[in-house]
Design a protein around this ligand. Structure first.
Ligand SMILES: [Zn+2]
Length: 445
């Protein structure tokens, strides 16, 4: 079955930044098999008219904590550490039922913002609560989205000098054994994978050296990617200096963590030397500008990272520090904060879209998504141009970013509709919100 999606302003996000003002995409068996400009349309079994739209690759989210949709708008004036200390005890109530409702909520929001692939960093595993990662994977499968789920971990409790309460930390061997179990059960290694598992100990201030080291060994033995939070705040740097006698990046370097299979969330506070080390080692960055502003953490110097050759993708981060899981808004936010630091030339609208698509794919180690080119998976977002906020925009691609947010009109993942006519195809939005309210009630003070 050949389906031709034709007539949209097609932003391919290939390496050359090719756009077709009236373009087409040929889709077969979940794959893009050809892309081109009007006048050269190939034969197809079905032709879908996308005249009057902009088509981009599906957006790729490189950092999230879906469970946090249950606990939004808490600790409103707190910095990272006091925010965490207030929320850890609340999060200790998580179970599979709540996780499922929370994941459906966050994933639905992301789908409606044009996001086709979601990395989720789950690291809260209260003892005796099974099925947390499985619940979010089930939610993604039902909605039709790609997920990279992580089996995160924390083992450095407050009585050992860490930040989380002791009842929320695990012992190393059981955390790693459970990670291997999830990899065996869920991880798909081949191109087009809908479900993958990453190894993601939480952060330098909640994880011991041994767990960091053994997590990396496990990931490398099994061919998985590795992720953690890093250099989010100045307080974290002071903490690392006191506990380890090293900056966060020096600490990761000592542990053998830097590498092309690793990406770190935030990286707000990297020195020029750190940046060079990230670039030369191939270590990626998940830039989460809204969350960094919400917690007053600062602004990552993304222009400098890009100029140095660091891989950068975008993340909404968890919904307790960015209450809106809208990745196109994050594309706009990345542009705004880059310009706030570096002036109006610091990031173009097209560079910002590239961060949210091919940049995110590169950070997740995926060469099968992130651009619209022959051989890539058929993941794309279709945006209407006849909405109020785009009327009058001569350049609809720049307009899409500058006037974000927008509700996506159509989201296609692996050749299948996930959103059509601005509504979820495989679930009812109102029902997701109802179920979420019931679960969130269990966490309210
Ligand atoms: Zn995070």
């Amino acid at each position: 079955m050949k389906r031709l999606f034709a007539g949209g302003w097609t932003v391919t996000c290939d390496e050359a930044g090719t756009e077709h003002e009236a373009g087409w995409i040929l889709v077969e068996e979940g794959l893009v098999t050809a892309v081109g400009a009007s006048g050269h349309e190939p034969e197809a079994d079905e032709r879908i008219d996308l005249t009057g739209t902009v088509v981009t690759p599906g957006l790729v989210n490189t950092h999230h904590h879906l469970y946090q949709t249950l606990t939004r708008a808490r600790a409103q004036q707190s910095d990272l550490f006091s925010w965490l200390r207030e929320l850890y005890p609340v999060w200790a109530g998580i179970d599979a039922e709540a996780e499922y409702a929370a994941a459906r909520t966050g994933l639905a929001e992301l789908a409606l913002s044009g996001c086709s692939t979601v990395f989720d960093h789950h690291y809260v595993f209260p003892r005796g609560r099974a099925g947390l990662v499985e619940a979010e994977v089930q939610a993604a499968r039902e909605l039709g989205m790609r997920i990279v789920a992580s089996r995160g971990s924390m083992d450095l409790g407050v009585s050992d000098g860490g930040l989380p309460p002791d009842e929320l930390v695990e012992d190393i061997d059981s955390a790693l054994a459970d990670t291997e179990r999830l990899v065996d059960e869920l991880h798909e290694a081949e191109a087009g994978a809908m479900v993958q598992v990453a190894v993601a100990p939480c952060s330098p201030f909640s994880v011991t050296k041994r767990l960091m080291t053994e997590s990396a060994e496990l990931a490398r033995k099994r061919g998985l990617t590795l992720h953690t939070h890093l250099a989010e705040t100045v307080e974290e740097e002071a903490y690392c200096m006191e506990l380890y006698g090293a900056t966060p990046v020096e600490y990761l370097t000592d542990l053998g963590w830097l590498g092309a299979d690793v990406w770190c969330a935030h990286c707000v506070h990297l020195s020029a030397d750190d940046t060079a080390d990230f670039a030369s080692s191939g270590t990626g960055v998940a830039h989460c500008p809204t969350s960094n502003l919400r917690l007053g953490a600062g602004v990552a110097p993304v222009r400098e990272y890009l100029d140095a050759g660091v891989r950068v993708g975008l993340g909404v981060d968890g919904s307790a520090s960015n209450e809106r899981s809208d990745l196109l808004t994050e594309v706009k936010q990345a542009l705004l904060v880059a310009r706030g630091r570096g002036g109006p030339g610091a990031l173009t609208a097209r560079e910002a879209i590239a961060l949210g698509t091919r940049g995110g794919a590169a950070v997740l180690g995926r060469d099968d998504i992130g651009s619209l080119e022959p051989g890539k998976r058929a993941d794309f977002a279709v945006w209407r141009r006849d909405v109020l906020e785009l009327s009058g925009a001569d350049d609809p691609v720049a307009g899409l970013v500058f006037s974000a947010p927008h509700r996506v009109d159509r989201l296609v993942v692996e050749g299948e509709d996930v959103v059509r006519g601005g509504a979820l195809v495989n679930a009812d939005e109102a029902e997701i919100a109802r179920a979420q309210r019931v679960q969130a009630q269990r966490f309210s003070a």
